[in-house]
Design a protein. Structure first.
Ligand code: NAP
Length: 307
């Protein structure tokens, strides 16, 4: 029986760390602020924005919310972005995607100052991730790195397989694993024998968007299996790319959906916003995803669900 990595517990421990640091910054007169911009009425986006605001309150950041109508023009949105770029109280700017069809995501993202781009989607930040000289890590892959770190499994020298090559998950995920000296293979829809490649992985990250396509015969005995997928099964129930019930006995560590990667994404957004505030104030940032070797056994146990 593999250990089930409790994303909520890992996320809570990350947010606790951020909260402590934020309180220390406050003592030095430094406030951390995140601006979240939402355009239109997309219900899923509204939930995400609400959760981000709640997370800001939890860790002690000031959140600035801008809810703009669906009819907002590119010019109006850019005007707001420029105003937030110039606002000293705002350390991070997040424009909730997807934007309504008449607005071009790329144009908007490219106008956010890279040092305030806490989603790490700006080409400057994407390039920095490539060369390993980054302040911000893209939130979902960074969350995955935290979950792997929580297992205590070293990435160096391990066979790592990432399934999916999107710009926001698969590609940066592979880069982060490579920077940790994993031997990384990226799979996609044209990969010839996915089962054969995936089953070589000591660390398998699935970011496909297809419900339960990864079954036990795709995984190596004892592997770390991280499921990024947020899919719906045949009954409309939230599930991942990994067939959890089928794989949990073969994996060494496995994330559930929900309750795995999902809670980590917002925690890492908070981490990036804190980093932005520290960089702006000339305070050195420690690497957020170092393996937690020093964690006491009792604390370590809290990061896993026991069935
Ligand atoms: P995406 O842009 O649609 O990319 C999916 C990737 O999977 C593509 O590279 C695609 O290959 C590959 N793929 C599709 N079918 C495949 C197959 N049968 N075998 C192998 N590879 C296959 O999706 P995304 O934005 O990366 O998101 C992936 C999943 O993660 C989705 O379920 C999404 O909801 C979830 N997600 C979760 C979070 C979170 O916070 N938990 C955040 C972001 C995304 P091609 O490139 O060849 O088409």
């Amino acid at each position: 029986m593999g250990l089930i990595i409790d994303g909520k517990a890992v996320s809570a421990s990350v947010k606790e760390r951020i909260k402590e640091e934020t309180a220390r910054l406050k003592e030095q007169g430094i406030e951390v602020g995140l601006a979240v911009v939402i355009v239109g009425e997309d219900p899923a986006s509204k939930v995400y924005v609400r959760n981000k605001k709640k997370a800001c309150e939890e860790v002690g950041f000031t959140s600035y919310e801008y809810a703009l109508p669906e009819s907002t023009t590119e010019e109006e949105l850019l005007e707001l972005v420029n105003r937030l770029n110039a606002d000293d109280k705002v350390n991070g700017i997040l424009v909730q995607l997807p934007l309504p069809k008449h607005l071009d995501d790329k144009v908007i993202i490219n106008n956010i100052l890279p040092e305030k781009d806490v989603d790490a989607f700006h080409p400057v930040n994407v390039g920095k991730i490539m060369i390993g000289d980054y302040s911000f890590l893209p939130c979902t892959p960074a969350g995955v790195m935290e979950l792997i770190a929580a297992t205590g499994v070293e990435i160096q020298g391990k066979e790592c397989v990432v399934i999916g090559r999107s710009n926001i998950v698969g590609k940066p995920m592979a880069m982060l694993l490579l920077h940790k000296s994993g031997t990384v293979t990226i799979c996609h829809s044209k990969t010839k024998d996915l089962k054969e490649v995936a089953s070589r992985a000591d660390i398998l990250v699935a970011a496909v968007g297809k419900p339960k396509i990864i079954t036990a015969d795709y995984i190596k005995e004892g592997a770390v299996v991280i499921d990024v997928g947020m899919d719906r099964d045949e009954n409309g129930k939230l599930c991942g790319d990994v067939d959890f019930e089928n794989c949990k006995d073969k994996a060494g560590y496995i994330t559930p959906v929900p309750g795995g990667v999902g809670p980590m994404t917002i925690a890492m957004l908070m981490q990036n916003t804190l980093t932005a505030a520290k960089v702006k104030n000339g305070i050195r940032s420690e690497e957020p995803t170092a393996p937690r070797k020093e964690r006491a056994m009792s604390d370590w146990n809290k990061l896993f669900l026991h069935t």
